[in-house]
Each structure stands twice: as structure tokens, then as C-alpha cells.
Design a protein around this ligand. Structure first.
Ligand code: AMP
Length: 399
């Protein structure tokens, strides 16, 4: 089955065509600046050169039309016609409490996704536009929605409820949802498989450390807690997001700086995190490591604060599960940042963790980075959200 995986943002669209039999990608690419001047599409066939075309994309339908044209192009395309694209898997950010698993898209599902728009006002409307555009251009092709929140729906109420008046949960469904679910699910399953253990018997902590970052606790194959919340702002210190702060800081800053709530939120989402804390050195860990190496004190403090927060969440989840068998690192920093992994694991001596320096230096593969004697296993598992979406799509349509 050839599955087109679509990840639609407000002005961008990532795509990957995956053969669900071999689980290899056939072509992939990105549309950027949709609806803005200077839009461009990059397209890479697995057996060809990457090409970039600057062309107007006034809306997402035009972007998807260009994607389909690239995939079926006589010279550089990878399929002869659209009929060779058997299904589309859409990444949807927020499924609220309604979606605890992926689902085949129909009109009812579209309405239910729309009902979650309030919970993810920047993401869900863009995801819906992606679905509508695909339906317009491929009306016979089955489509599946795969939710970032679904994997976390197994959390117990004691983990997802905030200490707020209960009526806000009843009226508005204010609670913890968690994100990056596709990645947490993929990585935790793969870790069990890689270790040759039964997923249902394990206690696993997944640290998804990218520009957005979250930690989750997976016990007996089910997520029991995760660090992101109602929105992706809660939890770890991220690229530009603050993560956990005293909520009173919002009012304090609003008064001191004469800001409105939207401006404060903008600071917490876009100007904080490692970017803000480092005094605007960068949101990219490579730049931070370099600056810290050159003696920049704020960059050093930022890395310390980031590592410390990750280690604290790991500790909290060890407590929540009364133990841990495996800790996994994934995403941009988790997969590539060997020094970050080393510093985080330095806090975990109480778990009997010892790192294997040689294994920790490896890149781009599933690897156990703890020594054979280490009581708790530590792994790097490169995440593959597109493949996870393709798997979900194919499994649902075969069922
Ligand atoms: P992601 O959001 O998963 O794509 O991760 C992106 C982030 O990964 C970038 O902003 C970098 O901070 C980080 N990253 C990528 N490569 C490296 C590397 N070699 N060392 C440390 N961090 C890296």
C-alpha cells in the first residue's frame, strides 16, 4: 500500500509517500510559505535528486495539488497516477477526549476534529484545511486521522486533572492532554522490541527532546503521564517555550511590562525556553553547546537548567511507576545530543545507570547506550512519526 502522510501547519505542509509493505519512504518534501509571498516546494524522490521550486501557493489546496503533481510527474515522479496512492494519513494535533485512537475520516470525524479547534487554535484548523484540500483533489482515496494526543488518553484522572475548579473541566474540558503521542508510542514500542522484552510488561520513560520537548511514562504499554498539558506549553524548557512556570508570573509580567494576555502568551511560546533564557543566543542546541564551550555563562546556565528539568521529570515518572526498566531518548536533541544525554544521565546514578561512552557516540540507529551492568537500560531510538502514521493508516484500512 502506498500511503501519503500529510502534516499540515498554518503556512507549511510536510509530506512523505511511504510503502507500507517495505516501510520505506518513496518520496518526501515540504511546502513552505503557503499563502505568503515567496512560497516554495522541495521534493525528494528516494532514488533521485532533491529539487526546490519557487512557485505561488495561495492556499493549501494549491500546495497539495503541487505535491500530487510532483509525485506523478512524468520525469521525476514516483507513481504513474493518483490511483497508486492508496490512502492518506493526516497528522492531527488535538483530538481532545473524543479520540483515543486513530480513525478513518468521514464527515462526522471532521466535525469532531473541528470541535477540538478551541484546544489547539493554531494547529487543528490548519490540519482540517489539509484534509479538505486532499478530499477535494482525491475524493475516492480513504483518509485516516492520527492524533498527537491519542496515545496519552490512557492517563488516569489523577494525572490529567489540574488543581482548578472542577467546573472548568466540565464546561471546557480543561485538563492535561499531552502531545508528541505518535512519537512516544512509536519509540516506547520500538524500545521493547529492540530489547526483546514484552511491551506490556515494561516501565518505560520516553524523552522526546526536540525543538518542542516532552517526557512520558509508559507502563504496561499504556501512557500513564506526560509532561505537556492542555497545550504544548507545559513541562520541559523547550526551544522557545517556557515549560513549567509559576502561573502568577503571567500577571506579574503583564503589570510590570504593561502587556496584554496575548503578548504574555507570545513571550511564553515564542521568546522563552532555551532561546530566552540564554539571552537570545539561539533556540538550537548546537549553537548553545558552541556558545557554552566558548565560555558564554548564560548558555551554560541554559543547558544546565534544561538537563535538570529533564532529570526531574524522569525522577517524577520513576516515582509514578514505582520503577523504570528503560529510558529512551529521541528527536533532534535526544538523538544527536550525546552531551545532553550524558549530562541528564549523570543525575540518574540512583537508578544504577552507567553510560557506555562508545555507544553514546553513535548516530542514526537504535542503540542501547548504557553498559551491560547498568541496572536500568538507556536507549537512543530515532523517532519516525511519518512511519508511525503510515502504520496506523494501513492497519485501520486493512481492518
Ligand atoms: P526536532 O524538533 O526534533 O527536529 O529537533 C530540532 C532540534 O534538534 C534543533 O533545534 C537542535 O537544537 C537539535 N539538534 C539537531 N542536531 C543536533 C546536534 N548534532 N547536537 C545537538 N542538538 C541537535
Amino acid at each position: 500500500m502506498n500511503i501519503l502522510v500529510i502534516n499540515c501547519g498554518s503556512s507549511s505542509l510536510k509530506f512523505q509517500l511511504i510503502d507500507s509493505g517495505t516501510e520505506k519512504w518513496i518520496a518526501k518534501g515540504l511546502c513552505e510559505r503557503i499563502g505568503i509571498e515567496g512560497s516554495r516546494i522541495t521534493y525528494t524522490p528516494a532514488e533521485g535528486e532533491k529539487e526546490e521550486t519557487v512557485t505561488p501557493m495561495p492556499d493549501h489546496t494549491e500546495a497539495i495539488r503541487l505535491v500530487l503533481e510532483a509525485l506523478t510527474n512524468e520525469k521525476t515522479g514516483v507513481v504513474k497516477s493518483l490511483s497508486e496512492i492508496n490512502a492518506v494519513g493526516h497528522r492531527i494535533v488535538h483530538g481532545g477526549e473524543k479520540f483515543a485512537s486513530s480513525t478513518v475520516i468521514d464527515d462526522e470525524v471532521m466535525k469532531a476534529i473541528e470541535a477540538c479547534n478551541d484546544l489547539a487554535p493554531l494547529h487543528n484548523p490548519a490540519n482540517l484545511i489539509g484534509i479538505r484540500s486532499c478530499r477535494e483533489l482525491m475524493d475516492q482515496t480513504p483518509m485516516v486521522a492520527v492524533f498527537d494526543t491519542a496515545f496519552h488518553q490512557t492517563m488516569p484522572a489523577k494525572a490529567y486533572m489540574y488543581g482548578l475548579p472542577y467546573e472548568y473541566y466540565e464546561k471546557y474540558k480543561v485538563r492535561k492532554y499531552g502531545f508528541h503521542g505518535t512519537s512516544h508510542s512509536y519509540v516506547s514500542k520500538r524500545a521493547a522490541e529492540f530489547l526483546g522484552e514484552k511491551y506490556e510488561d515494561m516501565k518505560i520513560i520516553v524523552c522526546h527532546l526536540g525543538n518542542g520537548a516532552s517526557v512520558s511514562a509508559v507502563q504496561n504499554g499504556k501512557c500513564i503521564d506526560t509532561s505537556m498539558g492542555l497545550t504544548p506549553l507545559e513541562g520541559l524548557i523547550m526551544g522557545t517555550r517556557s515549560g513549567d512556570i509559576d502561573p502568577a508570573i503571567m500577571e506579574f509580567l503583564a503589570h510590570k511590562e504593561g502587556l496584554g494576555i496575548d503578548e504574555v502568551m507570545n513571550i511564553l511560546n515564542k521568546k522563552s525556553g532555551v532561546y530566552g533564557l540564554s539571552g537570545n543566543v539561539s533556540s538550537d542546541f548546537r549553537d548553545l553547546e558552541k556558545a557554552a564551550g566558548e565560555g558564554n555563562e548564560k548558555a551554560k546556565l541554559t543547558l544546565d537548567a534544561f538537563d535538570y528539568r529533564v532529570a526531574k521529570y524522569i525522577g517524577a515518572y520513576v516515582a509514578a511507576m514505582n520503577g523504570v526498566d528503560a529510558i529512551c531518548f529521541t528527536a533532534g536533541v535526544g538523538e544527536n545530543g550525546s552531551t545532553t544525554r550524558e549530562r541528564v544521565c549523570a543525575y540518574l546514578g540512583y537508578l544504577g545507570i552507567e553510560l557506555d561512552k562508545e555507544a553514546n557516540a553513535k548516530r542514526g540507529e537504535d542503540v542501547v547506550i548504557s553498559t551491560q551492568d547498568s541496572k536500568t537500560k538507556v536507549l537512543v531510538i530515532p523517532t519516525n512519526e511519518e512511519l508511525a502514521i503510515a502504520r496506523e493508516t494501513s492497519a485501520l484500512l486493512k481492518a
